[in-house]
Ligand binder design. Structure first.
Ligand SMILES: Nc1ncnc2c1ncn2[C@@H]1O[C@H](COP(=O)(O)OP(=O)(O)OP(=O)(O)O)[C@@H](O)[C@H]1O
Length: 386
């Protein structure tokens, strides 16, 4: 049996009425043939611009929505046919959505949801206390949730999402609106769950730093379609996003210049007689470059490192995807990681006003980029969802 969430050919069409009550209904395709693998013990990211289909996908995985086509298997169980069994294995934390009962206290909520998940009573009592503590709600445990602030309600929703120690945790913008310390604690808990308990986590977040910190692998989608996947480093490299190292050498010589040139860096004279060496590279080259210049007898006057932006990478990928652009070719850098990108032929106007990233750790390698244009999907309507 495979221990992973396996998504194959997932589609979701929503019936919509474009103009007025009596207009015929059409189908809005929110998810369009997605394949995803969410293994245990790893945080996988799902990124895309607004409306890319992230929340819809997560809701289907959480069994809250039925897919129009395709399959979702959780440890081999079908998310539609075996929805009850699947529900015991997964839990969802969605920022900005009310997922708790306001007419109950925080403790009662956790007790209630724990019972729904058949958590044994003694364990439930212990976990309720631990989780209330974790999310900083111990003092408000016996207060009705309707009297909680938004942040408190969100913290309770996090505790609720962890009450059954899920095998798979689906996180849809989990830190939205949270105070920084609580958001940091949540990230620590999530990393811990994946690393030590073997929990499989799927994360969408607009905080790309959060994605880079947590995720080992990320899928980028646009208009419900797969655009690319890989580690954040590979995605950045694939889109030409590089770290920039700026090294000031106070006493440049032929030897220091040769050392810089060996890295493919550019050099620029400074008014004070020094030299500015600039190197753009997918890997962290600050250490090796500095060491080489010092070894060549140079003195370092300053060092500045600008991180490549994952946001740029996602925007670039989305723009390429929406333009139906085709590129083939190797990315620069190492080969320890692979990014594959698929651009759909569908084009749809969408403003790249926000990015969501989910991604991998910090493997400092570029990868191979394969971009393939799919045949236009002219398939008609699929059965509407709920
Ligand atoms: N119930 C619904 N009925 C009709 N269309 C819907 C429905 N839910 C979502 N959509 C549409 O499906 C598409 C995908 O929406 P979804 O919420 O999954 O995107 P998202 O990637 O989570 O976006 P965001 O980053 O803004 O949260 C959007 O065009 C959205 O308008």
């Amino acid at each position: 049996m495979t221990t992973a969430i396996e998504v194959r050919g997932l589609r979701k069409d929503f019936p919509v009425r474009d103009k007025g009550l009596f207009a015929p209904r059409t189908l809005k395709r929110a998810v369009d043939g997605l394949d995803l693998d969410i293994p245990r013990g790893r945080v996988t990211g799902l990124l895309g611009l607004n409306g890319a289909g992230k929340t819809t996908t997560i809701k289907i995985l959480a069994t809250l929505l039925r897919p129009s086509a395709g399959t979702v298997r959780v440890d081999g169980l079908d998310a539609v046919g075996d929805a009850r069994a699947v529900r015991r294995r997964i839990n969802l934390i969605a920022g900005g959505e009310r997922m708790v009962y306001t007419r109950m206290t925080g403790r009662e909520n956790l007790w209630y949801f724990g019972q729904l998940y058949d958590v044994p009573k003694a364990e439930l009592r212990r976990r309720t206390g631990e989780l209330l503590d974790l999310v900083g709600l111990s003092d408000a445990a016996d207060t009705m949730v309707e009297r909680y602030s938004r942040g408190m309600t969100q913290r309770l929703a996090i505790a609720r999402g962890l009450i059954n120690r899920p095998d798979y945790l689906l996180l849809d913008e989990p830190t939205l609106g949270l105070d920084a310390p609580i958001a940091r604690d949540l990230r620590r808990v999530v990393a811990d769950l994946a690393a030590h308990d073997g929990t499989g986590v799927l994360l969408t977040s607009h905080y790309l730093a959060e994605v880079e910190e947590l995720c080992g692998h990320v899928y980028v989608i646009s208009a419900g379609r797969h655009l690319a996947q890989g580690s954040p480093a590979a995605l950045k490299a694939a889109t030409g996003s590089h770290r920039t190292v700026r090294l000031t050498v106070t006493d440049p010589t032929e030897r220091t210049r040769a050392a810089a040139d060996a890295f493919g860096a550019t050099r620029e004279n400074l008014p004070d007689g020094g030299e500015l060496i600039t190197l753009r590279h997918p890997d962290d080259m600050a250490g090796p470059l500095t060491a080489a210049v010092v070894e060549a007898g140079g003195s370092i006057g300053g060092l500045e490192i600008a991180e490549a932006s994952l946001e740029d990478a996602i925007l670039t990928l989305a723009e390429r995807g929406e333009a139906g652009l085709t590129t083939h070719g190797p990315a620069r850098g190492g080969s320890a990681d692979t990014t594959s990108a698929t651009t759909g032929s569908r084009t749809e106007a969408r403003s790249p006003d926000r990015t969501t990233a989910g991604t991998a750790g910090t493997e400092g390698t570029a990868g191979t980029v394969q971009t393939v244009v799919d045949a236009a999907d002219t398939a008609g309507a699929h059965g509407g969802g709920r």
